[in-house]
Design a protein around this ligand. Structure first.
Ligand code: 4NP
Length: 167
């Protein structure tokens, strides 16, 4: 389903959750970390957004940041709300759970962009029910679980996309 990815036309990915302070900043940070590790910065534009406006302008949640840092990943996001016009811009839009997936698809009633709106865990080799559970009201274990699922999914996704690179 993917196009050829070149430095002239980098592949644009957006991770999306509800608040854009826990799960999707972790997706953005983990994927960017892998891209950097593999020296592929010129080929990818990585971003995140939320389907709600609850936390606009905020940095990632301190527990998300702590877990990411423990794993060598830095989270740089500032929360923004996903806009209908973003559907045109990104090549791949990855929802963290089924509700966010439905909310993203509802921004595009005609379905023009539905093929590029997916669950992130569609790429997870151990996908469970396809959702990354919302960690916001729970303890540290939930944040660690989020990181593990996100990193596993991002590794698989990047390996798949690397086959499309035009070096
Ligand atoms: P996120 O987590 O969607 O992973 O960023 C949440 C953050 C905030 C809220 C819910 C989930 N909230 O209700 O404010």
């Amino acid at each position: 389903m993917y196009r050829t990815i070149s430095q002239e036309d980098p592949f644009k990915i957006c991770f999306v959750c509800l608040g854009n302070i826990c799960r999707s900043p972790t997706g953005e940070g983990a994927f960017q970390h892998l891209v950097n590790e593999r020296g592929l910065q010129a080929f990818f534009i990585v971003d995140s957004a939320g389907t709600s406006a609850y936390h606009i302008g905020e940095p990632a949640n301190s527990k998300s940041q702590w877990v990411a840092n423990q794993n060598g990943v830095t989270l740089h996001s500032r929360a923004a709300r996903f806009k209908a016009s973003d559907l045109e811009y990104y090549d791949l839009i990855l929802a963290m759970d089924h509700e966010n997936l439905a909310n993203l698809k509802a921004l595009d009633p005609a379905g023009k962009h539905h093929d590029k709106i997916r669950l992130m865990r569609d790429y997870d080799p151990d996908p469970g029910d396809g959702a990354v559970p919302d960690p916001y009201y729970g303890g540290m274990n939930g944040f660690q679980d989020v990181f593990t699922m996100v990193m596993r999914s991002c590794e698989a996704l990047l390996s798949e996309l690397e086959e499309k690179l035009d070096h």
